[in-house]
Design a binder for this molecule. Structure first.
Ligand code: PMP
Length: 397
C-alpha cells in the first residue's frame, strides 16, 4: 500500500533537486568557507551563490540573511537578539497566544527571567484579535513576535496591520513565516516585518536549516557567538543545507508558481471538506473554515471522536495525518491553539489536521472520501447513541 501523505505542515519530503544540490555541495564544496586556500575559496563562492539565490527568491538583500539551524533557532535569535539590542526602557515583548509551541516556551522562559511578556488573544476563528493587539502597544514595547500563518488551523495573521501598529509604537515586528513561505507569495521587501523566520524542511528542503531575515540597519545581539554570518550567528556554515534551501526555494517557481499551487491546493482542500461534510452529515466541524487561511490546511473534528481513534483508522487506510502540531502530538493535552480559540477540551481532543501539499492529488482526496466515512460512521452512531442515553439518564435523574 502506498502511503498518502497529508501532513505537509509537519514536514515535507526533500525534492530531487534539493538532494542533488546537497550531494553536490557535500562532494565538491566540503571545505570550510572561512579557509584561505583554494577549496575554502570554492566553498565561499558556493555560499555566496546560494545566498544570492535565497535573496532573489525571498525579495531581500543577501546581507539581510542570517542562516540558522531552522525556524526554532531563528525565532529565538530574533526575540532574544532584538530584545537585547533594544533601547533602554523598551523591555517588553508581545507574542500571539497561538505561536508555535516552542516559541511559547521561549515566552515562558523570558517571563521566568523577569522580562514582561504579553500575549495577544485570538478570535474564535483563529485569527488575531487586532483590538487586543492595539491595547498592548506602549512606549515600553521592544517587539511583537507574530506568526504569519498558524501551523494547526492555517489561519493567516494580519502582518501588515500589526507591523503598522508596532512601528507607530516605536517597536519592531518579528514574523514567524515558517508555514507561510512557499504557500503564499512572499517578498521581504514588501512584507512589513523587521525580521522573518523560515525553515527549509517545510518547503521540500532539508531539516536543520533555515534563516532569519533581518532588515538592514536593525541592531541584533548574536545568541551563538562566532565570526560567521557577519558575526550574527557563529558556527561553520551548513553549506549543504543552505544549498538545499536555495534549491527548495527555486523550485517554488516564484510568485506565479506559488499562486498556481495555492489555487490547486485550495480546490482540493475544499473538495475534501465538502465531501466529508456530505458523507457524515452534522458530524464534521472545520475550524477557521471561514477565516483567511492557508489553502492546503484543514483542521477538523468528527463529532467528538478522539483524534487517536481517527488517526488509527487513517493509518489502516495508509493515510498519514496528525492531531495538530507534530511536536505536541504524542501528548494527550488539548492543543493550545484551540484552547486560545475557546474550544472546549473534549472537542479539542478530537482535532485532526490534514495538510495537503505538492504531492497531493485529486485521486488521494477521492480515496480518502471513499474510504474514511464508512469507517467513522458506525463510531459516530455509537457516540450519538451514548449521548442520547446520557441525556435520558439526566432527564430521569
Ligand atoms: N514555527 C512554526 C509555525 C512551525 O510550524 C515550525 C515547525 N513545526 C517551527 C516554527 C519550527 O521549525 P523548525 O523545525 O525548523 O525548527
Amino acid at each position: 500500500m502506498t502511503m498518502i501523505y497529508l501532513d505537509h505542515n509537519a514536514t515535507t519530503p526533500p525534492a530531487d533537486a534539493v538532494r542533488a544540490a546537497m550531494l553536490s555541495a557535500l562532494s565538491d564544496c566540503w571545505a570550510n568557507a572561512s579557509s584561505q586556500h583554494g577549496p575554502g575559496q570554492n566553498a565561499r563562492r558556493a555560499m555566496g551563490a546560494a545566498r544570492g539565490a535565497v535573496a532573489r527568491a525571498l525579495g531581500c538583500k543577501p546581507a539581510e540573511i542570517i542562516f540558522t539551524s531552522g525556524a526554532t533557532e531563528s525565532n529565538h535569535l530574533a526575540v532574544r537578539g532584538l530584545l537585547a539590542a533594544a533601547a533602554a526602557g523598551r523591555g517588553r515583548v508581545v507574542f500571539s497566544s497561538v505561536e508555535h509551541a516552542g516559541h511559547l516556551r521561549l515566552a515562558r522562559a523570558l517571563r521566568k527571567q523577569g522580562v514582561p511578556v504579553d500575549l495577544i488573544a485570538v478570535r474564535a476563528d483563529g485569527t488575531l484579535d487586532v483590538d487586543a493587539a492595539v491595547a498592548l502597544m506602549g512606549p515600553d514595547l521592544a517587539l511583537i513576535s507574530l506568526m504569519a500563518a498558524n501551523n494547526e488551523t492555517g489561519a493567516l495573521m494580519p502582518v501588515a496591520q500589526v507591523a503598522a501598529l508596532a512601528h507607530a509604537a516605536g517597536a519592531l515586528l518579528h514574523v514567524d513565516a515558517t508555514q507561510f513561505i512557499g504557500k503564499q507569495p512572499f517578498s521581504f521587501a514588501h512584507f512589513g516585518a523587521d525580521a522573518v523566520s523560515l525553515s527549509a524542511h517545510k518547503i521540500h528542503g532539508p531539516k536543520g536549516v533555515g534563516a532569519l531575515l533581518l532588515r538592514q540597519g536593525i541592531a541584533l545581539e548574536p545568541q551563538i557567538m562566532g565570526s560567521q554570518e557577519r558575526g550574527r550567528r557563529g558556527g561553520t556554515e551548513n553549506l549543504a543545507g543552505i544549498a538545499g534551501l536555495a534549491a527548495a526555494l527555486d523550485l517554488l517557481g516564484g510568485a506565479d508558481g506559488i499562486a498556481a499551487e495555492a489555487a490547486r491546493l485550495g480546490t482540493l482542500r475544499d473538495a475534501l471538506e465538502r465531501g466529508l461534510a456530505r458523507a457524515l452529515p452534522d458530524a464534521v466541524h472545520v475550524w477557521a473554515q471561514n477565516a483567511p487561511r492557508l489553502p492546503g490546511t484543514s483542521y477538523l473534528r468528527f463529532g467528538c471522536l478522539s483524534a487517536d481513534v481517527v488517526l488509527n483508522r487513517l493509518e489502516r487506510l495508509g493515510v498519514a495525518a496528525s492531531t495538530g502540531a507534530a511536536c505536541a502530538s504524542g501528548s494527550s493535552a488539548p492543543s493550545h491553539v484551540l484552547d486560545a480559540m475557546g474550544v472546549p477540551p473534549q472537542e479539542a481532543l478530537a482535532a485532526v489536521r490534514f495538510s495537503l501539499g505538492r504531492g497531493t492529488t485529486a485521486q488521494d482526496v477521492q480515496y480518502l472520501l471513499d474510504a474514511l466515512p464508512p469507517l467513522l460512521a458506525p463510531l459516530l452512531d455509537e457516540e450519538a447513541q451514548a449521548a442520547r442515553q446520557r441525556q435520558t439518564a439526566a432527564a430521569i435523574a
